[in-house]
Design a protein around this ligand. Sequence first.
Ligand SMILES: [Zn+2]
Length: 327
Amino acid sequence: MAKRYRASAANVEDYWQLFVNRRAYVLQSMRPHPESGRYYYFRPKAGKDSEPLSLTEATIARHLEGDMTIGVYAMNPATQCCKWIALDGDYKDSLKHLCEIQWELRQHQVEAALEQSRRGAHLWVFGEEPLPARKCRVLMSGLAQKLNIPVKGAGTAEGIEIFPKHDELKDRDFGNAVRGPLGVHRAIGARFWFYGADYSLDNQLAFLKRVKKLPAEQLDAVIEKVGRPVEPERKQTRPPQRWQYPQQRLQFQILDHVEVRRRAGRNWITRCPSCAAAGRDRSGDNLAISVDEPQKYICWAGCTKDMIRASLGCPIPERRESVYAAG
Ligand SMILES: [Zn+2]
């Protein structure tokens, strides 16, 4: 079991200053999911029908003391800015890759703090002022590209994940949250600390406060020096746009209606909309769409084309054979 700490008011204030972009937050479940065994994050509510809770000092204290574990959102949609950039690596070479990025950042006088994690590590850069999410992403994608480090989603299943994950959020969106540092991971009942300071709340927070913060102006300058990523990070996993198939322009195109999740061999894979309508295919991999011939698609659970089209609100029209004869 993780050692219990008493979180002081100063600890809570420091934590808030470092990590909280907005009052919305997520909570890690105390018990594993009965099927997957995983400890999911959810937005906590006071009661079934109430609004999700907002973050308070008391919640931060309980997180630091290890009674509950929160996740913090990367962006504030009101400003499209972030207090921090976090890189998550959970694959075999991820610690090595994050250390390379940390070293490269240091060449540009940018300090980054490395945090242990369950399967790899997280690398954090803190802003001296709110940093535009779009620029945070450009910097990290550019660095990863320069160092030949894979970014998850850019044509690879394995790679670092960049938080913020979005350039922009709509007002009602939340984007992605990251496990709040210095808390206890529910699955293993242990705390993950930052490298570089003694393993106690006071020392860790003092260390994080000392890490040099990145001003917006320097972020711009470093982006110029590192170079922008050659291609927008997501482009390679996107299926071709429909205008690349002029002969099919007027036809129904499933790719106009679903967001693909990944590529597997010659198919795009995603959640079957018909299965989804019935609450199935939670793993999001029943629908396969041919890469070469995107008009061909199949649900492995057996939904018919009619069912899939109907669930997308584009039912297959009934055949009207006489339509031309009349003209
Ligand atoms: Zn289906």
